[in-house]
Design a protein around this ligand. Structure first.
Ligand SMILES: Cc1ncc(COP(=O)(O)O)c(C=O)c1O
Length: 421
């Protein structure tokens, strides 16, 4: 009989990636725990989408209740989507007061970029050179993994991403100015090529870039450059938003950035596919004048109800405080681990990592990091890696992660590293 993996390969086709050398078949989840088909339990240190915990009963109940009552689209009036819009814009303020609800982070970023094009009448967009903002035709122009067919469009520029260990411009103090300088240069190129400059899109936590440690104010000079050139600033909060790093609800608040557009997704519905774009009113007006926009599933009553329930749980269970407190604890414990290849331990709240290098020249230890990930899985702890060199452990668990969970994770990591050279 064919295995599930063989049947998957046959019917889902080639290059459908799986995590881990031996792919895991997960059949059940609860809180920070996942169970495989053989009944083995794993500690989930990776998944940020089930933000308030796998299968949180309040979110499940809210979805089921609304699904049993009504599910339509935004061309009818419905209290749920309107009150969610009021609630999420209330968490942003600063002129960010209009919500467009969609289903994925990719769609949200696609719309945000087109808002920039609509308000400026220009097409030039800028992202970092080591990023991912999604999979639409427009947004995938910014992805660093593969060059788009026909080459990267001439109206796209990618600036070097900041780095904790290898700062742009050669020093941590000079990195903010160096980054702003790269953005200025890219804008100049777009203008010289006749495209003009529409938007800079950044994850303010630079998660996919390896979440470098950056001081508050890091993006102040960059924001000035963008504003002076007449473009808009998009904060991609798809991965980082909803309080993940503990103290601040949004990544842009944490770094002190005032964006024109904020995109959100992944954790927003705890696994229910809901995402959103919040922007200044004039941007939304320009977008809706330029592009006739309707999204069949975006903002349906079930999605709005799921998203409401997630906010309720974050508030009622004090999950930001938990992220802050447990995050500090886990970072402290990770910093106690000694190993030749550890070059850095960083992050905040429920998004932390450990960077491994080969040598004093800071060559990324990619194969070593991959092996750590595999050995952790063998011991029942799920995590992964990211960063330009694939050498940073990505620890991004559901927000209900406790001190006891942190101890299990750190003890397992210390044991795994103790057995590796
Ligand atoms: C920062 C960031 N933006 C956007 C996306 C795309 O979101 P989605 O997969 O929901 O389309 C991702 C997905 O990994 C992401 O990490």
């Amino acid at each position: 009989m064919k295995s599930l993996l063989q049947r998957r390969d046959a019917v889902l086709g080639p290059k459908m990636t799986t995590f881990y050398r031996e792919p895991v078949e997960i059949v059940r989840g609860e809180g920070v725990w996942l169970w495989d088909a053989g009944g083995r339990r794993y500690l989930d240190c990776y998944n940020n989408v089930p933000h308030v915990g796998h299968c949180h009963p309040r979110v499940v109940e809210a979805i089921a209740r609304q699904a049993a009552t009504l599910n339509t689209h935004t061309r009818y009036l419905h209290e749920g989507v309107v009150s969610y819009g009021e609630r999420i814009t209330g968490l942003l303020g600063d002129g960010l007061d209009v919500l467009t609800m969609v289903c994925t982070g990719s769609e949200a970023n696609d719309i945000a970029l087109r808002m920039g094009m609509a308000i400026t009448g220009k097409t030039g967009i800028i992202g970092t050179d080591n990023t991912y903002h999604g999979n639409t035709h427009l947004v995938s122009q910014l992805s660093s993994k593969r060059t788009p067919i026909g080459g990267r469009a001439d109206w796209v520029r990618r600036v070097p991403s900041p780095d904790s260990l290898r700062p742009l411009g050669g020093s941590a103090e000079g990195q903010a100015e160096a980054f702003a300088g790269e953005v200025r240069k890219a804008i100049g190129e777009l203008e010289a090529a006749g495209h003009g400059f529409a938007a800079l899109i950044l994850d303010p936590f630079f998660a996919n870039e390896g979440f470098p440690d950056l001081a508050p104010g890091f993006l102040v000079a960059t924001a000035e450059v963008v504003r002076k050139a007449g473009g808009i600033l998009i904060a991609d909060e798809v991965q980082r938003g909803f309080g993940r790093t503990g103290r601040h609800f949004w990544g842009h608040e944490r770094i002190g950035l005032r964006p024109d557009v904020v995109t959100m997704g992944k954790p927003m519905g705890n696994g229910h596919p809901v995402a959103g774009v919040v922007a200044r009113r004039e941007l939304v007006a320009a977008f809706r004048d330029s592009f006739s926009y309707f999204n069949t599933f975006g903002g349906n009553p079930v999605s709005a109800t799921a998203a409401h329930a997630v906010l309720d749980v974050i508030e009622d269970e004090g999950l930001m405080e938990n992220a802050h407190e447990v995050g500090d604890y886990v970072l402290g414990r990770m910093r106690e681990i000694r190993h030749l290849r550890i070059a850095d331990v960083r992050g905040a709240g429920m998004f932390v990592g450990m960077e491994f290098v080969e040598d004093e020249a800071l060559t990324p230890a990619e194969a070593f990091t991959a092996e750590v990930v595999e050995r952790m899985r063998e011991r029942g702890v799920l995590l992964n890696k990211l960063g330009r060199g694939g050498n940073v452990l990505k620890i991004r668990p559901p927000m209900v992660f406790s001190r006891a969970n942190a101890d299990l994770f750190v003890d397992t990591l210390a044991e795994v590293l103790g057995g590796m050279e």
